[in-house]
Write a protein that binds this ligand. Structure first.
Ligand code: UDP
Ligand code: MG
Length: 311
């Protein structure tokens, strides 16, 4: 029998969290009115998470394991979960229990009312460093301002998607993925439910600063040309300034001023322009590199073990 609900949990070295995650999901979903499945995507864990997932799957048919050949990253792991999901409503949840499974029932209630995307809005965060809170808040506001899609503030990937939305997103095979943006971009009827983001149940974040920065550039470049346009604006601004300053300098020299003798002013101008040019080139490089990745057309992920049964 195909399940009505699919829960997707991406897992990267979460061996201490898996039993509790499974227990909490069972507790909550057994109160749902229809059958469900839990797709656990192992994103190349090295701590034995994959074995634990296999054990759970052997004991409980509702657990479907997707084991990656290596680490492909959180967004790709969730994508694989979406590809293997069979439910009419699909919920994406973090495996570290920062997203309380109890909220799923509220999401399902909204889905029943006819909403096709139900995202969870963090009203509070617990147990995060001020640095993470600050950068996250800055990130969401920046994304909101410079991208063309109105991604709701303070929402993560914790959300419910209707089968229609999952099918549309399944056709969007871009490599550098920002799922929470993609699920807004598709349209459909959307709404939010508020929740309190808990602290991690166990273990440490799998998003160090480097991954966070990559995630932020993926988000911005997938939904905006703003950085490219910024190079043009900077060009106009510095050209404008020089046009204004040239007659001033000429006039001062004619009047006998010593202000622009020497190398300092030349050096400043050259270094400034050199910097602006290199930054612009780097930004261009980001977009070209992404184009190159898309052009190669490699599969998004490689699965070493896929769940048995129909798909
Ligand atoms: N994750 C993943 N692959 C990665 C990094 C993270 O599948 O390369 C999973 C991780 O196991 C967790 C979820 O993505 O279930 C969110 O990661 P994390 O909790 O470390 O992020 P944070 O909540 O600190 O932003
Ligand atoms: Mg987390």
């Amino acid at each position: 029998m195909t399940p009505a609900y699919t829960i997707i949990a991406p897992i990267f070295n979460e061996v201490e969290n898996i039993p509790e995650l499974y227990r909490r999901i069972c507790e909550v979903m057994d109160n749902a009115d229809k059958p469900w499945e839990l797709v656990m995507v192992d994103d190349g864990s090295t701590d034995g998470s994959a074995d634990l997932i296999r054990e759970l799957a052997a004991a409980d048919q509702r657990v479907r394991p997707v084991i990656f050949a290596r680490n492909f990253g959180h967004q790709i792991a969730v994508t694989a979960g979406l590809d293997y999901s069979r439910g009419e409503a699909v919920v994406i949840i973090d495996a570290d229990l920062q997203d309380p499974p109890e909220v799923i029932l509220e999401m399902i209630a909204k889905w029943r009312q006819g909403y096709e995307v139900v995202y969870a809005v963090r009203s509070e965060r617990e147990g995060e460093t001020w640095f993470k809170e600050f950068t996250a808040s800055l990130f969401y506001r920046l994304i909101y301002r410079i991208t063309d899609v109105d991604i709701p503030l303070d929402t993560g990937d914790f959300r419910l998607l209707d089968r229609k939305v999952v099918d549309v997103m399944g056709q969007m095979r871009e490599r550098h993925r920002f799922l929470r943006g993609m699920s807004v971009w598709v349209g459909f009827k959307q709404t939010g439910v508020e929740y309190k983001r808990a602290a991690r149940f166990a273990g440490e974040t799998k998003y160090p600063l480097k991954k966070m920065l990559k995630f932020a550039t993926d988000a911005i470049t997938s939904f905006s040309y703003f950085p490219l346009q910024m190079a043009m604006y900077l060009g106009f601004i510095s050209a404008g300034i020089s046009i204004l300053v040239i007659p001033v300098v000429i006039a001062m020299r004619l009047a006998g001023s010593q202000a622009f003798f020497g190398q300092a002013s030349t050096l400043i101008a050259v270094l400034f322009l050199g910097g602006v040019q290199l930054i612009s080139l780097g930004i261009l490089g980001e977009y070209v590199g992404r184009l190159y990745d898309e052009a190669k057309g490699r599969p998004l992920y490689i699965v070493s073990e896929a769940p048995s049964g129909d798909n």
